[in-house]
Design a protein around this ligand. Sequence first.
Ligand SMILES: [Zn+2]
Ligand SMILES: [Zn+2]
Length: 298
Amino acid sequence: MSVGDAPAAVWRTSWGARLALYLERTANLLGVILPAVAVVVAAVLTWKHLTTTRDLVLLAVMYLVTAVGLTVGFHRMLTHRGFEAQPAVRFVLLALGCMAGMSDPVSFAATHLRHHARSDRRGDPHSPADGMFHAHVGWFLMGFEADPQTYARWLLADPMVRFFRRTAWYWTAVGFAIPFAIGGWTGLLWGGWVRYFLTIHVTFSINSICHRFGRVDFETGDNSRNEWVLGVVGLGEGWHNNHHAFPRSPFHGLRWWQIDIAGYIIAGLARLGLAHNLYRVSPDARLARRVVRAQAAR
Ligand SMILES: [Zn+2]
Ligand SMILES: [Zn+2]
């Protein structure tokens, strides 16, 4: 499906395109409501002592591996080209990213690069300048998508990426089938639906909370912030002001205490020879972009 560079409702004018938009918005709405219902059901089952250790382990493991797919694979490797990986590792990372169920890799990259290009200005897909609800989930419910031809053209020519773009929703189904196969219905609830709830809202929170609350360490010309809670649960993505200052850096935690699990994984892959060409931010570049407060404190 060809997509334009404006909010979906503006350019989708034919009946077929309108129907597709309606179905997309309905699917997105269900994709937000159903996981929330699942969290309530999971809480009731826990209250009745019907949650097992296996369910919680499934939640933790499925969250971790799919979040690694999103952060290490989709975001830092594919979208920002912070490093390159061996083909088998690249395949696994992209498969895990698709299992997360957020998006196919090309749509993810295009929408995200448009966010970087227009950050907190007119045309940003999800800026709190348009309201916190819009920044968190409203943009997603409206079916926003940036034009891949404009923002991620090189990915459309990549055979492995095109394969995952075509098969993304099968991998998403695998992300629910695995916990069901291991843990039955409660495994599906925790490792599938509750995990998906956490994944989407942590990801959405990077867009909303990390552009409103937290600490500014670098001059970026936008409202991006470093927020430590999301730095931990988002596997390092919460160091979002660092990321906007140096988008190509595969490491978002730039101080020793800025926990960056995705960055540790990338460093580990590089040490094993499975990742290479890691983009490095020079100390001079860091110094040049530090905010005045930090410079004055030195
Ligand atoms: Zn941002
Ligand atoms: Zn980014």
